[in-house]
Write a protein that binds this ligand. Sequence first.
Ligand SMILES: *[C@@H]1O[C@H](CO)[C@@H](O)[C@H](O)[C@H]1NC(C)=O
Ligand SMILES: *[C@@H]1O[C@H](CO)[C@@H](O)[C@H](O)[C@H]1NC(C)=O
Ligand SMILES: CC(=O)N[C@H]1CO[C@H](CO)[C@@H](O)[C@@H]1O
Length: 608
Amino acid sequence: MSKIKFLVVTVLLAIACSSVRATVSYDDKAFIINGQRKILISGSIHYPRSTPEMWPDLIQKAKDGGLDVIQTYVFWNGHEPSPGNYNFEGRFDLVKFIKLAHQAGLYVHLRIGPYVCGEWNFGGFPVWLKYVPGIEFRTDNQPFKVAMQRFVEKIVNLMKSENLFEPRGGPIIMSQIENEYGPIEWEIGAPGKAYSAWAAKMAVGLDTGVPWIMCKQETAPDPMIDTCNGFYCEGFTPNRPNKPKMWTEAWTGWYTQFGGPVPYRPAEDLAFSVARFVQNNGSFFNYYMYHGGTNFGRNAAGLFVATSYDYDAPIDEYGLLNEPKWGHLRDLHKAIKQSEAALVSSYPTVTWPGKNQEVHVFQSKSGACAAFLSNFDTTYSTKLTFRNMQYDLPPWSISILPDCKTAVYNTATINSKGSEAKMVPISSGLNWESYNEQTPSADDGDTLAMQGLWEQVNVTRDSSDYLWYLTDINIASNEGFLKSGQWPLLTVMSAGDTLHVFINGQFSGTVYGSLDKPKLTYSKYVNLRAGINKVSLLSVSVGLPNVGVHYERWNTGVLGPITLKGVNEGTRDLTKQRWFYKVCATKQLFSSITKIHKRNTTFVLLRV
Ligand SMILES: *[C@@H]1O[C@H](CO)[C@@H](O)[C@H](O)[C@H]1NC(C)=O
Ligand SMILES: *[C@@H]1O[C@H](CO)[C@@H](O)[C@H](O)[C@H]1NC(C)=O
Ligand SMILES: CC(=O)N[C@H]1CO[C@H](CO)[C@@H](O)[C@@H]1O
C-alpha cells in the first residue's frame, strides 16, 4: 500500500467515523449540527404531490435556490391503504425521496404526524381508521394511540434501517410528531393535554437521535420544540428559553378551492416576512410550500380543495421556476448566509433611528457584524442613516448588510429576472374517452339493499366519490295529482357535497354544497305516474375532511329527511323505507355529469 493510498483510506475512515458520531442538538439560538450553530433554510416538497421522475429536478432546484433542508409530511393513508398492508412504491417511495435529497447534499425535516392536515384527504389518516371500534381521533383514546404508535414506529424503524437519521450518517436532522395540535388541545382540554404528553413521550422513546418538533402548539411538552406556522412569525417566542425560534410553515401562498380565487403572495412580502423573522432571532424557516405540486387522483381533502396544489410556491405545479419569486428568495438566502456567522453568535441590538425605521445589528465577539435595516412604512420610502452612511429603503422593506456596511439585498427590490409562463394549447396527442352509463334503479341486480338512509362513506369506505341511493315510489291510480296535474314536491336533504336527481331515468336536477355550507337541499315538483316510479339519487362527495375537532364524526351523503308532499295522504316520508345502494366504481363515468357540471366539469373529471 503506497503512502498516498494509506492516507486516502485514513481520511475516508475518519469521514465515516465522524458521520457516525454526528450529532444534532440545539440551544436558544439555533440548531447545532456537528457542533456548529446553523441558520437553516428549508422548503416543503411533498413527495406524493409530484412524480418520482420529477424529484431529482425539484430537489436540485431547491438546492440552487439556497435551501439547506427539504421538509415533508408522511402520508399514512398512502402508505397503509388497508391495515397492515404497506405501500412504499411510486409516488409513495419515501426512502427514495429522502435519499435523493441526501445525494443533493440537503438535510430533511420529516413530519411524521401521522396527522398531517395538509389539504390531504382525511388529513392523512386511512379511512379504515374511522371504523376501528371505539376510536376517537387525536385524543387520549386507547385504540387511536395504539394505531398511531404502530404507524410512527413503522416509519421510524424504516428510517433507522436505511440509516437515514443524521447520527447514522443520514440527512434527517429533525422530526415532527402530531401537527398543529394547539387549537385542538385548547378546545378539548384535559384529554388533549394527556394525549399530547403521551405523544411526546412516545416519540422521544423511539430514540431517533434527532430533535422532535410540535408545530403550532404553545403547550408542547419538553423536550418538544414548539414552532410557528403563518404568514408572519417575527413575534413568536418558543415556550422555553432553551429552544430555538423556528418557523415550520412560512406560507408562500395558499391552496386553491374549486370555484375560489387562485391565491397569490408577492415575493417582496414573503422576503420581507422572512428577513423580519431572522432579524428577530429566527434561525430556522421553512417555505410551505416550496413546491406545492398536484393533488393526484383522489388525494385532495374535502371540502372543495382543487386538484392543483400550486400554492404560488417558488417552484410551480409543473416543476418550473415561479419567477421572480424563486430568484428573489435565492438572493435573500445568499444575503442571510453571508450574515450567518454574526447571526448565530449574537443577539441583535435594536435601535429606532427615525419614524417607522428599525435597525438590528448582530455583532459577534469574533468580529463578525451583520445589520438589518427596516422601513415599516407601507406607503413611503425612507432615507435611513446607519453608522454615518445613508441607505434608501423602499416602503415595507428590509435591507441586509452582511458586513454592517454594504446593502447586498433589499426585500422590496427585485433583481432576479421575471418570466411569465406561457400557456400553449395542445393541438394533438391528448386522448379523450367518454362513457355512457344507464341510470341504475332499485331493481338492478347488483345493488345493496338496506332499510333507511346510510351515511355515504360508511357504504363506499371511500373507494369512490360516487354513491347511488335508489328507491321506488308507488303511486296509486286514484292519486289526486294525476287528475289535477299539480305535481307533488320531492324534497331531499343531503349532508353534502353534490346531488344529481333522476326520476324514472330522466335527469331532474343538481344541487351543490359549498365550502361554507356543504349541506344541501333538493326540492322540486316531480312528474310521477301511476304505478312504480324509480328514484335514483347520485350523491357525490368531494373528499373527506382534513381538519377540525373529531372530524372522524363528519357525515356525507343523503341522510334525509326525504319527503313527497302533495299526495292524497298529505306528505309521504321516504326516509325510512327500503333503499338500494350502488357504489360507482371510479372508472365508470357518467356522461350526463359532464353536461350537468357546466360550472365545475374539470373537478368532476379530475377527481374520478
Ligand atoms: C433575541 O433573543 C434574546 C435572548 O432571548 C432576547 O433578549 C432579545 O429580546 C431577542 N431579540 C429580538 C429582537 O427578538
Ligand atoms: C354504518 O354501517 C353499519 C354497518 O356496517 C351500520 O350498523 C350503521 O348504522 C351505519 N351507520 C350509518 C350512520 O349509516
Ligand atoms: C358557479 C361556480 O361556482 N362556478 C365556478 C366553478 O369553477 C370555476 C373554476 O374554478 C369558477 O371560475 C366558477 O366560478
